[in-house]
Structures are given as C-alpha cells and as structure tokens.
Design a protein around this ligand. Structure first.
Ligand SMILES: [Zn+2]
Ligand SMILES: [Zn+2]
Length: 262
C-alpha cells in the first residue's frame, strides 16, 4: 500500500487565493469565497490534495478542471465530483487513470527530481469521481465572488479559462503559459489558439494571469510574443510535417505546434 503524500508546497497569493504546487510541476489553485471554495485543477494525483485542502479551509469545495491532461486532471480520483468542459470530457476520464499518470511522470523524469516522486506513486487506488460539465457563460457562486467559465480552445479543444470576479484574476491552465504547447492529440490548432489568447488578454485587463505551471503570473507581453509566433507559423508554415518549435531570442516564450494541423 503506497502512502499518499501531503508535502506539496502551498503559496498564499492574497485575496483568498492559494497556489498549491505539486512537486515543481502543475499548479492547483484554491479560491475561497464567503460561503464556499473552489479548487482549480487537481495535479497529477500523487499528492493527497484533500488532506492539504482540509488544513486550508473547512468550506465545501467545488473542483473545476481547466483541461484534461494528466498533470491537471490526474488528481480527480481523490474527489467525488469535478467539472470539465464537454470537449475534454472523454480525455478527462482517460487521463485520470494510473497508467497515464505514470506515463506523465515518466515523461517528466519525476524519478530524479528533488522530491523523489516515484512512478509507483501514480498508481493510487482511485475513488470514483463523477465528472460533470461546465460551459462558457457558467459561473460558480462562492459567496462574495464568482468563478466564471470561458471557453479558450487551443492547447486542448475543451480548455477553459476561469475568471475570479472579485480580483479579475484569470486561471488559464496550459492554454497560456510561458511555453505554449499545441502539438498534443486533441489540440484545437493554431488559429483557434490565437483567438483564445487574444480573448485571454482582453479578459485579463490589468488583472493577474496564472497558468498551470510556474511560480509567477504570466506577463501579457509573453502572450503577445507567442501570438506573433503562431501568426508567423500560420502565414509561413514549415515545409515538413511534424512538430515545430518557435522561439525568440529570450529563453521564453516558446511555442510548440504540429505543422499543417491548424
Ligand atoms: Zn496540458
Ligand atoms: Zn500542464
């Protein structure tokens, strides 16, 4: 029997928002209202999130998933219920399974990271999670603040951006990150991503934008640069098929896409 871990790092961001980082990788966010709270993404399931959350709040928690990749949806197996966009529903069921969590860990060489997370830990015994759907225009009322749902396809077809009405903060999952990845199966392609990235910028205004990875909020400048890369790829697609990477002089941002899939 594998003992579940509770050593994920917790960073209060102020205004009732907490970032929970699962072993230097995916971010989860707890947003607390006056009456209830919500958890945005569940990590890859290695961490015993319910145990960590119980130390942070005693309010009822609604689980919302930005997109159905194993490092965000893997932890739903620890909850009774979660919300995901219908376009990512099928993958959410698939990627929450132990084999995909282990594959994800393998890809990211968790075995060697400072936290010493092993592949075996991906195979926790899942609790049955009922997946419900959420769509553009939905809002989850937490009391004194709401979490609004916006469909922002690109990184996956059912990627959503969640907006906190109290602070304006956006939670973009992986659709907007320093490294934009559009090469995975289920991606909505370059054109859709550009529209979504522009929508994200206009939704954000001056408010913070938090992605699914990294310890800092995303600067709008990074998003604009990545949009420029995507437009360049659309206008002048590479001759060969396959995965292409576009990168500026700086280390980030970077855009990875599948050629001729847009
Ligand atoms: Zn992802
Ligand atoms: Zn991710």
């Amino acid at each position: 029997m594998i003992k579940s871990r509770t050593d994920a790092e917790v960073f209060p961001l102020g205004d009732g928002i907490t970032r929970i980082n699962e072993y230097d990788f995916a971010n989860c966010f707890l947003v607390e209202g006056e009456e209830s709270a919500c958890l945005i993404d569940t990590g890859d399931g290695i961490c015993d999130l319910p145990a960590i959350l119980s130390k942070l709040t005693d309010k009822k928690i609604t689980v919302l998933i930005t997109h159905a990749h194993a490092d965000h949806v893997g932890g739903i197996c620890r909850f009774d219920e979660a919300f995901v966009h219908p376009l990512d529903l099928k993958r959410a069921n698939k990627y929450a399974k132990g084999i995909w969590r282990a594959y994800f860990l393998f890809c990211h060489r968790y075995k060697k990271n400072k936290h010493g997370v092993s592949y075996r830990e991906a195979f926790i015994k899942p609790r049955r999670c009922v997946l419900k759907t959420m769509k553009e225009g939905d809002a989850f009322d937490l009391g004194g603040r709401k979490i609004e749902v916006y469909l922002t396809p690109g990184h996956s077809a059912g990627s959503v951006t969640l907006r906190d009405t109290l602070t304006g903060t956006l939670f973009t999952g992986d659709n907007v990150n320093p490294m934009v990845t559009l090469q995975y199966p289920g991606s909505a392609g370059l054109k859709a991503w550009i529209e979504s990235a522009e929508k994200t910028l206009s939704l954000a205004g001056q408010a913070p934008i938090w992605g699914g990875h990294g310890g800092e909020a995303i600067e709008p400048r990074m998003i604009r640069t990545a949009i420029g890369f995507a437009e360049k790829l659309l206008k002048d697609p590479p001759k060969r098929r396959g995965v292409v990477t576009v990168q500026g002089e700086e280390k980030y941002p970077k855009l990875v896409a599948r050629a001729r899939r847009s």
